[in-house]
Design a protein around this ligand. Structure first.
Ligand code: ZN
Ligand code: ZN
Length: 396
């Protein structure tokens, strides 16, 4: 079969690899109809997070069951399904308690497995014609409709991007009436804004970035775009919040000049605001600590690796970060972080899509054949030409 393979830093190629197949009685083989490229894939593309050449990448597949193992009972060949990025077993203590992203059996000795992701169990990726789905009964989410119908791009986002955006709003405890600041207008930041506004009742959502078409998309979704190249983004948000209050605090809320919820949707490869070519992993957390109101909530959904040998400073190389802990303590801030437990959310998000209540595919910018994936990676990595969320069609 053909699959997108990491060849080295900033080099991917469509290669002929061994066919994916049913290996265990609990497996299913999925024929992939859509496979999305994720911002996380760019960390590997950039040679970070311990990615090794030869790895088939991709962790956001949608498809049709081609074949099942003898022990699989809930799906059969021909079923349209999406599978979560994080491979779960369904029966370990983490899975039973709703923490499928920390499954204890699919990556022995660690908590959490994923397709095409270094250090996450060695499973082959999903930017391929076929993918092997372990524990098919726990992972396959059945979907209505037919491959290629009007929901194809909504449903592919159920694999990772949409539940991850929703999870970010859960980590930050977004409630009706909240003010929310999100750093990063990639697919996750935008879908976090979308979920905060449409599903969690936020009163106002600010989205900080520097890429014009991403900021435009944030505006289209109903958020307030904040361009950090135009000046200190936290200052811009504090000023907009002041104007929203008409210049005076409501009910004496002078200390609440920032936002009730602040979300990092950038992660360890954050850029210096003054010089976007330079990385500064501490940049976003320092802004969030300044912006979040006393008793507010922080959600950290951007990725931070356990160690980063190519990091810009000694702390980062050891997986450590300079965080304004005292300021956060004084404010009594609640912090939530970590990977998405996608299985906790993907069924009700599917039902919202099927009911016509949400159309997250608004953020999908491109649908391309597998052969165009190397070029798409290049442009996506350079944040060029409106490459925001790319869906690969392996059959094209
Ligand atoms: Zn992803
Ligand atoms: Zn499990």
């Amino acid at each position: 079969m053909r699959a997108l393979t990491l060849m080295g830093p900033r080099q991917v190629a469509v290669e002929a690899v061994a066919d994916a197949e049913v290996e265990a009685a609990t497996d299913a083989l999925l024929r992939v109809t859509s496979s999305a490229i994720c911002g996380t894939d760019l960390h590997f593309y950039d040679g970070r997070m311990g990615a090794e050449p030869g790895m088939v990448i991709g962790h956001e597949p949608l498809g049709v069951v081609e074949e099942i193992g003898s022990a699989v009972t809930s799906v059969r060949p021909g079923d349209r399904v999406v599978v979560p990025t994080h491979i779960c077993c369904g029966f370990c203590p983490s899975c039973v308690h709703g923490y499928s992203g920390a499954c204890l059996t699919t990556n022995p000795g660690k908590a959490g497995a994923a397709y095409g992701y270094p250090g996450m169990g060695g499973y082959r990726g999903a930017q391929a014609e076929f993918v092997r789905v372990p524990f098919a009964d726990a992972n396959c989410l059945r979907l209505p409709g037919e491959p290629g119908d009007e929901y194809e791009h909504d449903f592919v986002l159920l694999a990772d991007a949409l539940p991850t955006g929703y999870h970010a709003t859960v980590l930050a405890g977004v409630r009706p009436g909240d003010s929310v600041a999100i750093y990063g207008a990639g697919a996750i930041g935008l879908l976090t804004a979308y979920c905060a506004l449409r599903l969690r009742g936020a009163a106002v959502v600010y989205v900080v970035d520097r890429v014009p078409d991403r900021l435009d998309k944030a505006g289209e979704l109903g958020a307030v775009p904040v361009d950090y190249t135009a000046g200190d983004p936290a200052g811009q948000i504090i000023e907009q919040q002041r104007r929203r209050r008409g210049g005076a605090a409501w009910r004496g809320e002078d200390a609440l000049g920032g936002v009730s919820c602040a979300i990092d949707a950038v992660g360890f490869q954050a850029r210096t605001f003054g010089d976007p070519a330079r990385e500064d992993p501490r940049r976003v957390i320092h802004d969030l600590a300044r912006l979040v109101n006393p008793t507010g909530r922080l959600g950290i959904i951007g990725v931070f690796p356990a160690e980063d040998p190519s990091g810009v400073d000694g702390l980062e190389r050891e997986g450590r970060l300079d965080v304004p802990w005292g300021k956060l303590f004084a404010k009594g801030v609640t912090i939530g972080m970590g990977r998405d437990h996608d299985k906790r959310y993907n069924d009700f998000l599917r039902d919202l899509i099927a009911a016509g209540r949400i159309r997250p595919s608004e953020i999908v910018s491109h649908r391309l054949p597998l052969a165009d994936a190397p070029d798409a990676f290049r442009r996506f990595d350079e944040r060029r030409d409106g490459y925001l969320k790319i869906v690969i069609d392996p059959a094209a």
